[in-house]
Write a protein that binds this ligand. Sequence first.
Ligand SMILES: [Zn+2]
Length: 506
Amino acid sequence: MRALVSPALALALTLGVSVAALSSAPALAAPENYATIRMKTDTAFLSAEERKVVNLLIQAADQMTAIYDKQAVAQGGADGPGHGFYPPGMTKAEFETYLAAHPDQKTALMAAYTVVRREGDKLVAVPYSVAYKPELTKAAALLDEAAKVTTNASLKRFLTLRAQSFRSNDYFQSEMAWMDLEGTPIEVAIGPYETYTDEMIGQKAAFEAFVTLKNPTESQALDKYKAYLRDMEANLPVADSYKNFKRGGASPIAVAEQIRGGGDNLHGPQTVAFNLPNDERVREAKGAKKVILSNVLAAKYEGILSPIASRVLVADQAALVSQKYMTLETLFHELSHSLGPGSITVAGRATTVSAELKDIAGTAEEAKADVMGAWNILFMMEKNEIPAAERPQLFATYTAGIFRAARWGDEEAHGRGAALQYGYLKSKGAFVFDPVAKRYRIDDAKMAAGIRDLVADIVKLQGDGDYAGMVAFFDRYAHLDDDARGVIATLKDIPVDITPVYPAKV
Ligand SMILES: [Zn+2]
C-alpha cells in the first residue's frame, strides 16, 4: 500500500536562485530562493501496459513545454504583456481600438485557443492547431499511440478525443471525456488551460500538462467530502440571500503524485492542486475535478511550511502544524471556490462577482477560499468526519500558512490576501504576539470566531458586488505590522517555493 505522501523525497536544497522579479514590497525582505527538488515517485505498482502509457504521456507533456516556450515570449521582438499570444510590440490600447473598429472579428481574436497575428495592417486570429501545428501533431500522435496501448476504456476515449482536439482546435468533447476517467491510476491533464500568462487581456490559454498517478485509497478518503457541498453552502455564516444553491454537478476529488509537469505549471510557484476544466459548459454539465498533488505538497510542507512554523508560532503550537492539515486546507480551499456568490444581481442588473469586483476580484476570491476552507473543516469536525480534538492542529497549520503566503508582501496579489487574513484575525485577537518568544500564540476560541466573521464579511461584499466596500475592507485590514514584518525577516533562509525535477522516464 502506498503512503499518502511519498517519504522518498530527496530534498536537495539548492538555494540562491533569484526570483527578484516576484517581490515588490520594499519594506520587506524580498523572497529570494527556490529549492530545487529531485522528485522521486513510487511507480512500482504500475503494470507494464500502464508504464508504457505513462512514458508516452511524458513525451507528450514535453511537447506542451515546447509550445509554452513560444507562448510565454514574444517572437522576434521586445516582450510585453501579450507575450507570444499577440504580435510583438502590440499594446493593449492598440488591440482594443482594433476590436472596437472590427466588432465582427472580436470573438475570434479574443478566443481562448487562438493567437493574434498581423497580416499587413489587419489582425488575424490563428487557431492553436495551426499556430503550433508541428508540436501538436507530435503530441497527438503520442496520445494516439498511448490510446492504442491502454485497455482502460475511459482513458482510451479521453486520449483519442484529446488527440483530435489538438488537430481540430475544439476541446469540448475531450474535456467532457476527461471528467469521466475511471478505473485507472493514470490521471493526466494535457492541453491549453489557464489564462494567467496572457497579461494583455487574460483570455489566451497556455499549454500545460500534469502527468500524475492517482492513489486510490487516499482519493477515496477525501472523495466523501464532495457530498457535503450543499450542506457547506447552507452552513455559510451569512443570510440565505447570499447562499448559492444553483451550482450543480459532481466534483471528483483525487489525490495523486505528479510524475511530470509540462509548460505553464513548470514556471513560478508550484501548484499543490489543480481544479479543471475551466470551460463553463463542462462545469455546468459535470462539475470540475480537483486533483491534489501529494508529492508536490509534501515537498512544500517539508521544505517550507514546517520550518516556517517553528519561527512563527510558540513551540507548543508550532509542534501542531501538520501535513495532514495542509492537505485538508488545500482540498477545502478548492471546494470553497465552488461556494458562495457567483452570478448576482446589483440594482436589478444581472452580473457576476468577478465583473463587479474587477481588479480586486481575484485577490478577494483567493482570501475567501483560504478562510472559508478553514470554516468548512470546522464544519466537518461538527459532522464528525474529522476529529474535533484536532482543532488546534487546524489553527496552527492555517496560521503558519498565512505567513507562508504573507512573505510575498502586502503590495503583491499573492501576499495581499494573506495580509488581509493576518490583519483581520489579529484585530479579533485570534493570535497575540509574544514579545519575549518573538512568536505568535493562537487563541483557539477567538480564532474560530474570527474565521466565522471573516467568511461572513467577504461573502457579503462579494454578494453585494460592492467594489468600493471591498477596496475599503482591504485598505483597512490588509497590512503587515512591525511584529509580522519582524517575524517574516527571520524566514529569509527558508525557500519561498520549489523547482521540482522529474525523472525523464518511469
Ligand atoms: Zn484558489
